[in-house]
Design a protein around this ligand. Structure first.
Ligand code: BGC
Length: 737
C-alpha cells in the first residue's frame, strides 16, 4: 500500500483516502499516519495520494491464488478413478430443504471429496443467528469497495463458522428500475459502480469461502422471475448488464456463478449456451462452476448440461440419474460431465474445502462484526436534503425531540426471503436515540405510531425538532415467494399514503421536521419534500442501524453516503417496468443515463449526498492529452474540506464520448474515490482510466450478436464532481489508435 505523504496539512493531522478507479482497484484505503503529519503552516502543495495496486483489495482471495498445476493434476487423478455416476453426483444438490441451514451438493467420502455446503446471502449469513449488515444497496451507497471487502470477509468468516463453504452472494443485478422487489439485495443502477463494489465483496469473502456471483444474467424483475423473457440487443447486454459479472470473473476470480431464473433472448439462463458457455466460460475464461438458482432454475437435462450448467440446485431432478441416462443414451457427451466435474473439483481443491478451518462460534456477531455493521451503516446513509442546517441536532441545546412513525420503534432489517438474516438483537431508531441521549438534558418523546391524536400533535408542536421515521418493510418489497403474498415488485415508488400524511401533519406543526426513510431503493418524495427541513435515506440499515442513525442525527458523525440509484421527480422519468408481463425489453438507457439522454431533471441525482461540511474541487489535470491504444489516462484533482468539521467526500469521474459515432451515454461513471478529510485539509486525488474503458461493443454480425470492443479515435470529455449532476471540473483528451 502506498501512503500519501503530506508535506503540509493546514488543520488536520490525519487523512483517510480510498480511490477506486477504472478496471482495477488502484486506490488506497487506510488511516493517515505519522508520515502524513506536518509541523508547517505554510502554503505547500497538497499531498498526492497515489492510487495503489489492487493487490491490497485482492489479498488472500483463494480464487486468485490457486496453484493451477498441482490442482489440475489432482483433478486428473480423481477423474481417472471416478465412475460416470460419481462424476454426475457432483453435479446436483442433495435435497430441497437445507440441513442445519446449509444446502449440500456433491461430495464423496470414500473418494475424500468434500460436499459443497451453500448458504445465503447478501446481507449476512442466513443460518441461525448471525451479523445482520445493512443491505447491499446501502453498502453500495458507501462507494467504498475496501469497506465492502471487510464486509465480505466478515460474512465469509461467519459462513465458515456455520459449517458452510459457499456463500450465495453477491447479488449483482443492475437495478434497471427501482420497483424491482429485490433492489435492496444489489448495489447499484450502474454497472461500473456495481463491479467495483461486488469485487470488494468477492475478494473479502473468498479469503474464507467460495463466493457466488448471482443472478447471471439480467434478473431485475421479481414477480415474473421464473418465466419472464428479457429481450436485449447485444450492445446493451455487453455494455450494461454484463461488465460487472466479467470483472467478478476476471479480476475477482469468483469461484461460482448462479444462473438466473429468467430467460434472456428466448433461452432460460440455465439453458443459455451463449451466456454460460460462449461468454462466461469462453470469452472470460471462467474456471469455476455454475449452479442453477433454486427449484425452478433448472429446466432440462440435456439442454442445461450442454449449455454449461454445472450444478442443479437444490436437488437432482434433471441431473443425477437422468443425466447419467442421457450420457448412456448418447444425448449428452461424457465430456460435458467431465468438464463440469472438473470445474467443481477444482474449486473444492483451490479453496481447501476438505480441510476448512473452523473459526469457532465466537466470530459470529463478534464485537468486531457488530462494529463493522455500525460503521457501514453510518457510511451508507445519504443526506438528501438539509435546509437551514436542520441537521445535525445539537443535543446540548435541544430541550426536546419527538420521534414519530411506526418504523421508529422497529429494527427494520429488510426482506424476509432468501436474504433474511436473524441477528440475536437489533437496534431500532428509538433505541439508538435513547442510548445516545441518555444522561443528557434532551427529552425524547417516543411516538412510534402512524396515527396521531391531538395530545401527540401538541407534543410535536412543542418539541425543538421532530424526526419522522417512515418507509417500506418486507411487506412492501422483496423476494416474491410463492407461499405468501408479501414482497415482490413495487407498483408505486411513493411512500404508503399514511406515511405521507403523517409527514405532512408533523411538518405542519414543527418547523424542524426531519424525515428518515427506510427502503431498499428509490422513494419518490413528492408531495412532501418541500414541507420538511431534512431528509435522510437510511435504507435497511442492519442490526446496528439505530445507533448509526443517532450518530448521524446528533452529529457524532457526518453523513457521507451517496445515492447508487437516481431519485427521479416522477416515475415517468424511468423506463417502463411491466412486472406482470412475460416479455420485457431492456433498452440501453435507464437511471442517470436515461435522464441525461432525455434532458430530464432528477429530484436527487445519482451520486448525490450531502455532508455537514463542504468540499472544494480544483486543479484538474488530465494526462496524457493524447492517449494511445492500450494506454492509461491519469486524472488528478485537489479536494479540500472547506467546512468546520471532519467529513468524507465521494469524488466521481464521468466520461463522455461525443465523437463515438454511435449512441453512447452523455456521461458514464468511470472512476470514484472516497476521501476523508479534516477541516481545512486538502488531498490530491489521482485516478486512472484504462483505455479499454472507453470502448463500446461493436456488433459486426447482427444475427449472431457477435462483435468486438472498439474505441473510436477522437475527443473524449471528462467531468469530476460530487454527483452525476454536480459536476465541478471538466477536462478532455484525445484518443488515437
Ligand atoms: C434466490 C437466490 C437464493 C436461493 C437460495 C432463490 O430463490 O433467487 O438468490 O440464493 O433461492 O436460497
Amino acid at each position: 500500500m502506498s501512503r500519501p505523504t503530506r508535506p503540509r496539512s493546514s488543520a488536520s493531522p490525519r487523512a483517510y483516502v480510498c480511490i477506486f478507479v477504472a478496471s482495477a482497484l488502484l486506490g488506497a484505503c487506510g488511516g493517515g499516519d505519522g508520515e502524513s503529519e506536518s509541523e508547517s503552516d505554510g502554503e505547500q502543495e497538497p499531498a498526492v495520494v497515489e492510487a495503489f495496486d489492487g493487490d491490497a483489495l485482492a489479498s488472500g482471495n483463494k480464487g486468485l491464488a490457486c496453484d493451477a498445476q498441482a490442482v489440475e493434476a489432482r483433478v486428473d487423478e480423481l477423474l481417472a478413478v471416478m465412475s460416470l455416476e460419481q462424476k454426475a453426483a457432483e453435479m446436483h444438490g442433495l435435497q430441497i430443504a437445507p440441513i442445519d441451514d446449509l444446502y449440500y451438493a456433491g461430495g464423496d467420502e470414500a473418494l475424500g471429496i468434500p460436499a459443497l455446503k451453500m448458504v445465503d446471502g447478501p446481507r449476512g449469513v442466513r443460518a441461525g443467528t448471525a451479523t445482520a449488515f445493512p443491505v447491499a444497496m446501502a453498502r453500495g451507497a458507501t462507494w467504498d469497495p475496501a469497506l465492502e471487502r471487510r464486509v465480505g470477509e466478515a460474512m465469509g468468516l461467519e459462513t465458515l463458522a456455520k459449517g458452510g463453504n459457499v456463500l450465495l452472494a453477491p447479488c449483482m443485478n443492475v437495478l434497471r428500475h427501482p420497483g424491482w422487489g429485490r433492489a435492496q439485495e444489489t448495489y447499484s443502477e450502474d454497472s461500473y459502480h456495481m463491479g467495483a463494489m461486488a469485487l470488494g465483496f468477492i475478494h473479502g469473502a473468498q479469503n474464507h469461502v467460495i463466493a457466488s456471483a448471482k443472478h447471471y444474467a439480467a434478473n431485475s424483475v421479481e414477480d415474473t422471475r421464473f418465466d419472464v423473457d428479457v429481450t436485449i440487443d447485444a450492445r446493451t447486454l455487453r455494455e450494461v448488464y454484463l461488465p460487472h459479472f466479467r470483472r467478478a470473473v476476471v479480476e475477482g476470480g469468483v469461484g461460482s456463478v448462479m444462473s438466473a431464473y429468467n430467460q434472456v433472448n428466448g433461452l432460460y439462463c440455465d439453458e443459455n449456451g451463449p451466456l454460460l458457455t460462449d461468454i462466461l466460460k469462453g470469452e472470460w475464461g471462467f474456471r469455476g462452476f455454475v449452479e442453477s438458482d433454486w427449484v425452478f432454475g433448472t429446466h432440462s437435462t440435456i439442454d442445461s448440461a450442454r449449455a454449461g450448467l454445472d450444478i442443479e440446485m437444490p436437488q437432482g431432478l434433471y441431473f443425477g440419474a437422468n443425466l447419467v441416462d442421457a450420457v448412456v443414451n448418447g444425448h449428452v457427451d461424457e465430456d460435458v460431465v467431465d468438464a463440469a466435474a472438473r470445474r467443481i473439483l477444482r474449486q473444492k481443491l483451490c479453496f481447501g474445502l476438505d480441510a476448512a478451518p473452523d473459526p469457532g462460534p465466537a466470530v459470529v456477531e463478534s464485537p468486531e462484526h457488530r462494529a463493522l455493521a455500525r460503521e457501514v451503516a453510518v457510511k451508507s446513509m445519504v443526506l438528501l436534503k438539509n435546509a437551514d442546517a436542520a441537521l445535525p441536532l445539537d443535543a446540548d441545546s435541544l430541550a426536546s425531540v419527538a420521534v414519530v412513525g411506526s418504523l421508529a420503534g422497529v429494527a427494520n432489517l429488510g426482506d424476509e426471503g432468501s436474504s433474511a438474516v436473524t441477528p440475536s438483537a437489533a437496534v431500532s431508531p428509538i433505541d439508538g436515540l435513547r442510548a445516545a441521549l441518555e444522561g443528557g438534558a434532551t427529552q425524547l418523546h417516543e411516538l412510534p405510531q402512524d396515527a396521531l391524536g391531538e395530545p401527540e400533535l401538541a407534543t410535536i408542536a412543542g418539541a425543538d425538532a421532530a424526526i419522522v421515521v417512515v418507509g417500506l418493510t418486507h411487506e412492501d418489497e422483496g423476494e416474491n415467494l410463492p407461499q405468501n403474498d408479501l414482497g415482490g415488485d413495487r407498483d408505486s415508488l411513493q411512500l404508503r399514503p399514511e406515511h405521507e400524511q403523517l409527514i405532512l401533519e408533523v411538518a405542519a406543526r414543527n418547523p424542524r421536521t426531519i424525515v428518515v426513510i427506510e427502503a431498499g431503493a428509490t422513494i419518490l418524495v413528492r408531495p412532501w419534500a418541500d414541507e420538511v427541513e431534512a431528509v435522510l435515506m437510511a435504507w435497511y440499515p442492519g442490526m446496528e442501524g439505530g445507533h448509526a442513525l443517532a450518530d448521524l442525527l446528533l452529529g457524532a458523525e457526518s453523513p457521507s453516503g451517496k445515492l447508487p440509484v437516481t431519485v427521479p421527480r416522477s416515475a415517468d422519468q424511468l423506463p417502463d417496468f411491466d412486472h406482470e408481463g412475460l416479455e420485457i425489453t431492456y433498452d440501453r438507457f435507464h437511471g442517470y443515463a436515461l435522464l441525461d439522454r432525455d434532458g430530464a431533471e432528477p429530484e436527487y441525482p445519482f451520486g448525490h449526498g450531502l455532508s455537514y461540511t463542504s468540499f472544494a474541487y480544483s486543479d484538474l489535470s488530465v494526462s496524457p492529452a493524447r492517449l494511445e491504444g492500450g494506454g492509461e489516462l491519469t486524472v488528478e484533482l485537489t479536494i479540500e474540506n472547506t467546512g468546520a468539521r471532519a467529513g468524507a467526500e465521494v469524488v466521481q469521474l464521468y466520461l463522455g464520448a461525443p465523437d463515438a459515432g454511435v449512441e453512447r451515454p452523455t456521461r458514464a461513471l468511470a472512476g470514484f474515490g472516497r476521501v476523508e478529510l479534516a477541516p481545512g485539509e486538502r488531498a490530491r486525488l489521482r485516478m486512472r482510466v484504462l483505455s479499454e474503458e472507453l470502448a463500446y461493443y461493436n456488433v459486426v454480425d447482427e444475427d449472431a450478436g457477435a462483435g468486438g470492443w472498439l474505441v473510436t479515435p477522437g475527443q473524449y470529455d471528462l467531468w469530476v464532481g460530487a454527483s452525476a449532476r454536480d459536476l465541478r471540473l471538466t477536462g478532455e483528451f484525445e484518443y488515437a489508435e
